[in-house]
Design a binder for this molecule. Structure first.
Ligand code: XIL
Length: 378
């Protein structure tokens, strides 16, 4: 069930207008949705390091939840066996604590951005099930344990299922089979019994993925294993998903009793090269194919044409109307970044594009669809 959002309310922001002495109330995104869901942003290390002060002001004002864009991923936090790198993750957590935000940890078990040693032995062969279990346990205990009581919830398992609904052939699956999922949740719960635990994936609007995740979650629950949320990444585009399929997934996930979370929202304004967010897509293209794709698919390098911008804003307004409609099920909507200029979509699935997928543009202006919503002009 949805947790009460009250602790994360912001204090109403009052600023003195420059031109008059009257205090003026600025509507904020987090305030607008305070009875609906948390509003989150993924933060890169440079943000937490104070290298983007304007983005810092935006996040502090408009968001009440943050997630680590990269610094808590396996290869960053345990690059070598037993050698943890905590500096960035510590700073990230402190950033959220200082602002009284709901801090989300991402991600404990994921085939991508996984340190190469993690699933291999000294000669490069995959380790035995017992060794991998121990490594998963040590990793999860160390990372979750360090931030016990500070992190509201963890993406425990990320991207376990492929588009046809079958298990991804990740090293975790190859070595441990389906069991790696319940094991990961069990270890995370042992490490911090109060933390919420989530399963997360992209293209959750696909019926096959919907079905697979409903089964996984129901199985975990039947076995008495804690799971609190289903994360729908929601890296979407102008031509996908179809809203009725997206909605069916929100409803089906909500019906499991888990919170539904929109965990990595962005909507590319560019022609779709590849639906979904499979990071491996980058490596499937030859350099020549990438050059060709860049010519063909980097269509607005100098700014978004007005008609496309309008289309983007209209579609996003519909997306948020859907979230609002299901706010009894959705507990958090997190954008995968703050401003267009820093979005990972400029580099995915091919590097070098200029995309426009986030809530704030390159000049730090809020996109019109959201301005209208928070100023109640809809
Ligand atoms: C992305 C980051 O935004 C990039 O900076 C990084 O180079 C690759 O990963 N699904 C996820 C996220 O769960 O962790 C990914 O983040 C985007 C897709």
């Amino acid at each position: 069930m949805k947790k009460h959002l009250l602790p994360y309310f912001c204090i109403t922001v009052l600023v003195a207008s420059c031109s008059s002495s009257n205090a003026e109330q600025i509507p904020t995104v987090k305030d607008h949705f305070k009875d609906d869901f948390l509003i989150g942003a993924a933060l890169p290390v440079r943000h937490v390091d104070g290298m983007d002060p304007k983005a810092d002001s935006i996040v502090t004002l408009h968001f009440n939840s943050i997630v680590a864009e990269n610094c808590m991923k396996n290869e960053k936090i345990q690059p070598e066996e037993g050698k943890f790198f905590w500096d960035d993750a510590d700073k990230f957590v402190k950033y959220g604590e200082d602002r009284d935000m709901a801090i989300i940890g991402h991600a404990l078990v994921w085939h991508s951005q996984l340190a190469p040693w993690f699933t291999k032995d000294a000669v490069g062969n995959e380790v035995s099930p017992d060794v991998l279990k121990q490594r998963m346990k040590d990793h999860i205990y160390a990372v979750v344990g360090r931030y016990k009581g500070k992190i509201k919830g963890w993406d425990v398992v990320n991207e376990a299922i492929v588009d046809d609904g079958s298990y991804r052939n990740s090293p975790f699956y190859r070595i441990l089979g389906e069991d790696y999922i319940p094991l990961a949740f069990q270890y995370a719960h042992e490490a911090d019994p109060d933390a919420e635990l989530y399963i997360n994936d992209f293209s959750m609007f696909l019926p096959e993925k919907r079905e697979a995740y409903v089964k996984i979650v129901n199985d975990l629950k039947k076995r008495g294993i804690r799971i609190d949320g289903i994360g729908m990444q929601s890296h979407i585009g102008m031509d996908y998903p179809e809203f009725d399929e997206y909605e069916k997934s929100i409803v089906a996930f909500g019906n499991t009793g888990c919170d539904v979370m929109i965990t990595e929202l962005d909507m590319s304004a560019l022609p779709t090269i590849e639906k979904g967010a499979d990071i491996g897509a980058i490596f499937r293209m030859t350099p020549e194919e990438r050059r060709e794709a860049l010519k063909k698919f980097n269509v607005y390098p100098d700014g978004l044409p007005e008609d496309v911008s309008k289309e983007w804003n209209d579609r996003m307004a519909q997306v948020f109307a859907l979230y609002k409609k299901h706010s009894d099920k959705i507990s958090r909507v997190t954008w995968w970044g703050t401003t267009d200029g820093m979005s990972w979509k400029n580099g995915f699935p091919i590097p070098g594009r200029t995309d426009y997928p986030l809530l704030f543009d390159r000049e730090y202006n809020m996109k019109p669809f959201m301005q209208k919503i928070i100023e109640n002009l809809e």
